[in-house]
Design a protein around this ligand. Structure first.
Ligand code: COA
Ligand code: AMP
Length: 625
């Protein structure tokens, strides 16, 4: 048996022993009473009774171990032409000061704090400062609009919001403060305090009595110490798209999270403390939480926080420049970023300007890695390219090629094998396992390993209903795919209304809710159509109310603007088509799958249940126009 097989088998046969060993990689204030509390299935808790502090484990302990001068965080911002390095000592001090400023304003253990920030070091500092004092952070991605932020404010009920004057997108400044003010205005929960980081590019007006200047608050603060929290206390809430417009608040606890993430760095990613790890994502996404902030720091790596894009900041060579300049050992990004680079520089000419010999591995996730992109990256970079599959819910990889243990042959289109801790099956609707190679619902046998999600914030019923009910004893991932005869897992598609646009997870259901609110729209459907660059793009169809005779172009433009205003530019919703009718089954269900096939130019067999087959021709004509 190889090292992977041994490790994997042990993780399933003796999960408590396996994860207790992994937990030795974390400093505990008080040991756990039990490794796994399995008294109330399907609800499980890891390390109950244990006490620790995640921020201590990410920062202070490395200083205490004599690594205070080593680099912890490299801020590389081509959009502001800034490079700034923080040692573990400097980062600890910065975090302790912000934590002190928050604590002196009444923020304490269990309080929620929303972080709505661009990719600046203060975003990571804010997350760690919350962890330091036991507050629960909820980071909201900067590309979401005020309405989405308001929804999260109402669900998380924060005592404070940490934000900045602006984000910087290529060619434009994104003023955050008007969005923040709008969200606070829209929300029913009242937010008593904010700290606003004034960036030199844009000054935000502060509202007296509520908004304070971040820098002044930090300057005047006393550093705060790490507060012991329970392993089972929440570290953060991260909202993600579900099938409706109401996002799901994924809860991550402190203990299992620290244990699992720390374990992945050596055993999955194959890096060593002191090396440079770069997750080119955003702190607003789970990849940013896990692999820009927590995992590299817990493990004692230096992490790169990059404020830029794979192309256009200034060009498609910026990734190679960052790898060269900071001696990056592992790069983790979304396939869409590589498609963007490949489109601009198909021959990889810009690679010639840089020495990327420090790079040992490229990791891709966030969407299915298409074989072309994998092959291009392998050819150009001459390093293993590892597709790994995971979700906001899981917090770390479910499947992947575990280079830290063993490198298996790559089968493009497959995320390779289940990571230790994960028992993955493909099931039919009756919850029976399908034959190898047959497509089914991808599920994970319970209990999920540590570091996943014990519940949804304020919504345990929804947690049980959405994930644990359809296949009793299993977690339903929401993805469909198959496990082949070699145990490789192939993730093919979502089974719900979630689409993946440039590695960003979005809900077509949420977009439909926006479209349906337009005064002239009687009904609508939004589908995800294939796109060479972004993987998928949303496409809207609207049927107008009887008697509406306004120009269709005007209505299409209005609904596009509504999605931008209410969900945000990140939805990349740019096209809406006005049609007379939508194809439906006789029972009235909209045939979104059939519409998607038509839009993608695939062969469509007329569904037996369709009400009126002629409508398919009308859809074809609308798409062609
Ligand atoms: N704040 C404000 N607006 C933002 C934003 C942010 N943090 N992030 C994106 N946006 C805006 C963009 O400016 C763009 O607006 P536009 O419609 O006015 O042009 C829109 O949201 C869509 O953004 P994006 O999806 O980034 O598309 P793009 O065309 O600007 O760039 C890629 C395309 C492929 C280069 C880019 O999507 C990318 O780098 N993707 C990697 C994704 C990733 O890291 N995923 C994380 C999972 S690992
Ligand atoms: P998110 O929660 O934003 O991380 O999105 C999770 C979803 O992205 C998954 O449920 C999949 O649909 C998709 N996804 C992520 N990684 C992969 C991958 N490596 N292969 C296929 N799909 C992926």
């Amino acid at each position: 048996m190889g090292i992977y097989d041994q490790t994997y088998q042990r993780s399933l046969d003796d999960p408590e022993g396996f994860w207790a060993d992994a937990a030795q990689g974390i400093d505990w204030i008080k040991p756990w009473d039990r490794v796994l509390d399995d008294a109330s299935p399907p609800m499980y808790r890891w390390f109950p009774g244990g006490q620790l502090n995640t921020c201590y484990n990410a920062l202070d302990r490395h200083v205490a171990a004599g690594r205070g001068d080593d680099t912890a965080l490299i801020y590389d911002s081509p959009v502001t032409e800034t490079i700034e390095r923080f040692s573990f000592r400097a980062l600890t001090e910065a975090v302790a000061k912000l934590a002190g400023a928050m604590a002196s304003r009444g923020v304490g253990k269990g309080d929620r704090v929303i972080i709505y920030m661009p990719m600046v070091p203060e975003a990571a500092i804010a997350m760690l400062a919350c962890a330091r004092i036991g507050a629960v952070h909820s980071v909201v991605f900067g590309g979401f609009a005020a309405h989405e932020l308001a929804t999260r404010i109402d669900d998380a009920k924060p005592v404070m919001i940490l934000s900045a004057s602006c984000g910087i997108e290529p060619g434009r400044l994104v003023a955050y403060k008007p969005l923040l003010d709008g969200a606070i205005e829209q929300a029913s929960h009242s937010v008593p305090r904010t700290l606003i980081l004034q960036r030199p590019q844009l000054h935000a007006d502060l509202i007296a009595g509520r908004d304070e200047d971040w820098a002044a608050a930090v300057d005047a603060a006393e550093p705060a110490a790490c507060v012991p929290v329970l392993a089972t206390d929440p570290l953060y809430i991260l909202y993600t798209s579900g099938t409706t417009g109401v996002p799901k608040g994924i809860v991550r606890d402190n203990g299992g999270h620290a244990v699992a993430l720390n374990w992945t760095m050596r055993h999955f990613y194959g890096v060593a403390p002191g090396e440079v790890f770069w997750a080119a994502s955003d702190v607003g996404w789970v990849v940013g939480h896990s692999y820009i902030v927590y995992a590299p720091l817990l493990f004692g790596c230096a992490t790169v926080l990059f404020e830029g894009k794979p192309v256009g900041t200034p060009d498609a060579g910026v990734y190679w420049r960052v790898i060269d300049q900071h001696k990056v050992a592992a790069l983790f990004t979304a396939p869409t970023a590589f498609r963007a680079i490949k489109k601009e520089d198909p021959d990889g000419v810009l690679l010639g300007d840089h020495d990327i010999s420090s790079l040992r591995t490229l990791f891709l996730a966030g969407e299915r890695s298409d074989p072309d992109t994998i092959r291009w990256a392998e050819e150009k970079l001459h390093v293993p390219v590892i597709d790994h599959w995971w979700q906001t819910e899981t917090g770390w990889a479910i499947c992947g090629n575990p280079i830290g243990m063993e490198l298996f042959p790559v089968k493009p289109g497959s995320a390779t094998k289940a990571v230790p801790g994960w028992d993955i099956r493909a099931l039919d609707p009756e919850a029976q396992e399908v034959a190898p190679g047959d497509v089914g619902a991808l599920v994970a046998k319970l209990p999920l390993p540590p570091g996943t999600f014990p519940t949804l914030w304020n919504a345990e019923d929804r947690y049980r209903q959405a994930y644990l009910t359809d296949f009793p004893g299993y977690y339903k991932t929401g993805d469909a795919g198959f496990v082949d005869e070699d145990g490789y897992v192939h993730v093919m598609t979502r089974v719900d209304d979630v689409i993946n646009v440039a590695g960003h997870r979005l809900s077509t259901g949420a977009m439909e809710e926006v479209l349906a609110a337009h005064q002239d729209v009687a009904e609508c459907a939004v589908i995800g159509v294939a796109d060479d660059l972004k993987g998928q793009l949303p496409l809207g169809f609207v049927v107008l109310k009887a008697g509406v005779d306004r120009p269709h172009g005007d209505i299409a433009r209005e609904v596009v603007q509504m999605v931008r205003d209410q969900i945000g530019p990140v939805a990349a919703f740019k096209t809406a088509l006005v049609v007379d009718r939508l194809p439906k089954t006789r029972s009235g269900k909209i045939l979104r799958g059939t519409m998607r096939k038509i839009a993608d130019g695939e062969e469509v067999s007329v569904p037996a249940t369709i009400d009126d087959p002629q409508i398919l021709d009308e859809i074809r004509a609308a798409v062609a126009s």
